[in-house]
Design a protein around this ligand. Structure first.
Ligand SMILES: Cc1cc2nc3c(=O)[nH]c(=O)nc-3n(C[C@H](O)[C@H](O)[C@H](O)COP(=O)(O)OP(=O)(O)OC[C@H]3O[C@@H](n4cnc5c(N)ncnc54)[C@H](O)[C@@H]3O)c2cc1C
Length: 411
């Protein structure tokens, strides 16, 4: 069978439209924020322009007001959007909302879709996700937050949450809590939709992290919050996906989140390589253009190789998803690879820009500290490698070769 890398015309067309939108409008709009224009004004202006162009919720089916793109076209679009946070916001495609929108679409009741999903689809509300606790991260089954019925049609939740991204700008929180400590480990937890602000969901602080957020990034919801859950009353009708289904909800959500992180990492790395290449073309040292130095060319070549491998990985995953094939192994491998790739490319770009790269006069320094989180978020490297390694062993025992677990079905 021929290996066909042709991208369908409609996918090419939408990628071109999004690329032009990001490059010609969204990236220049970063300057409007730097010049002091309020974030709300810039975002609502961009959103109305984007919607008028039909650029809205690329990953959501058309009957729900989205662009209805399949996995491949969406991957191509996300690989453009990730180079500028305003771009994702402009098309209502920002994290962490996007993955939860998909979970609500798949598992929400009619009532939940009407009340919670609709305003998210319209871009009127934001949503955050509260699973991780200080007590439990990589192994979320250590979660301590409890949910108990009060006999009056509500659950009452008590506990704490850690690293709830964007909780400061969210109107809705998806909160995971233990409903049945006696059930098998993965059936002990349930997922609840919580309206914010809420006296039972108290944001204690924005956790100070490696990347120092600008005021604008805080307003965008780029912060990560520590939360106390104190007698939080949640009506039973806000239980998402049924009792004991918390992990099924979480895995559904995380699977898309991991892929989107990867796609955005490619966009960011591409922009970093462009910034670095533009700089080496204009910069002269010791009487010679940096672009003429072989050592510099090697550095650019290494970044290009990493990006090329990354793109192929994501396109292969998109192909498998388009064809309804199991993507868990490839998704886990790509999640880890792309997190390292973006770190390496941004690091190389900083090196090539020298002190300018270390300054905040380009986005590189901010990205450098930001992307370090990619090796932790949505499951740390080691947990993904653990799962990948187990699949390798399983494949060998089953097939007498590890090929199926190492992309071998490509050949
Ligand atoms: C920027 C950022 C945003 C986040 N946003 C959210 C959010 O919106 N909502 C949310 O609920 N959570 C969020 N998280 C939490 C994130 O999902 C957790 O950090 C992640 O699951 C890891 O948990 P932990 O940090 O508690 O690490 P731990 O569980 O303490 O693990 C620490 C380290 O131990 C090692 N380790 C763990 N298990 C194994 C194993 N089986 N084998 C080998 N080594 C292992 C790994 O090196 C790991 O990094 C966010 C985190 C970050 C950094």
């Amino acid at each position: 069978m021929a290996v066909d890398f042709t991208i369908p015309e409609d996918a090419k067309e939408v990628r071109a439209r999004v690329r032009a939108w990001v490059q010609d409008v969204c990236i220049p709009a970063e300057g409007r924020l730097e010049a002091g224009e309020p974030l709300d004004d810039v975002v609502s202006d961009l959103r109305s322009q984007a919607r008028a162009k039909g650029l809205w919720l690329p990953f959501v089916p058309e009957e729900h007001g989205g662009m209805g793109l399949g996995p491949l076209a969406n991957a191509l679009v996300q690989m453009e959007l990730g180079s500028c946070h305003l771009a994702s916001l402009s098309m209502n495609s920002q994290a962490p909302d996007d993955a939860t929108i998909l979970t609500l679409l798949a598992y929400g009741t009619d009532f939940q879709k009407e009340k919670f999903l609709k305003p998210l689809l319209n871009g009127e509300k934001r949503i955050c996700y509260s699973m991780t606790e200080k007590a439990a991260g990589a192994d979320a089954t250590g979660m301590q937050t409890r949910a108990e019925k009060d006999g009056k049609g509500n659950y009452v939740l008590n506990g704490e949450k850690w690293y709830s991204s964007g909780a400061n700008v969210a109107d809705i929180a998806v909160v995971m809590a233990k409903t049945n400590p006696e059930a098998p480990r993965h059936n002990q937890f349930s997922t609840f939709l919580v309206e914010l602000p809420n006296p039972g969901y108290q944001i204690v602080r924005h956790i100070p992290i490696m990347k120092e957020h600008t005021d604008i990034e805080v307003e965008m919801g780029a912060t990560h919050c520590e939360v106390i859950i104190d007698n939080l009353l949640v009506p039973e009708e806000n239980l998402l996906g049924g009792e004991g289904q918390g992990f099924a909800m979480g895995q559904h959500r995380l699977a898309y989140g991991r892929l989107r992180h990867g796609m955005h990492n490619i966009a960011m790395a591409q922009r970093a390589l462009d910034i670095a290449t533009a700089r080496v073309i204009e910069r002269t040292t010791f009487g010679k253009g940096l672009e003429e130095r072989q050592g510099v060319q090697f550095m650019l070549a290494e970044c290009a190789s990493q990006l090329y491998i990354s793109r192929l990985m994501l396109l292969h995953i998109a192909y498998k998803a388009e064809n309804g094939l199991d993507i868990r192994q490839e998704n886990g491998i790509a999640k880890v690879f792309l997190a390292h790739m973006v770190h390496k490319v941004v690091d190389t770009a900083i090196q090539l820009l020298g002190s300018l790269g270390y300054s905040h006069d380009t986005p590189l320094a901010g990205w450098y500290t930001d992307v370090r989180s990619q090796r932790l978020v949505d499951g740390p490297d080691e947990v993904h490698r653990w799962m990948t390694g187990k699949s390798v062993i399983r494949a060998f025992k089953r097939d007498g070769t590890t090929a199926a677990a190492a992309g071998g079905d490509l050949l």
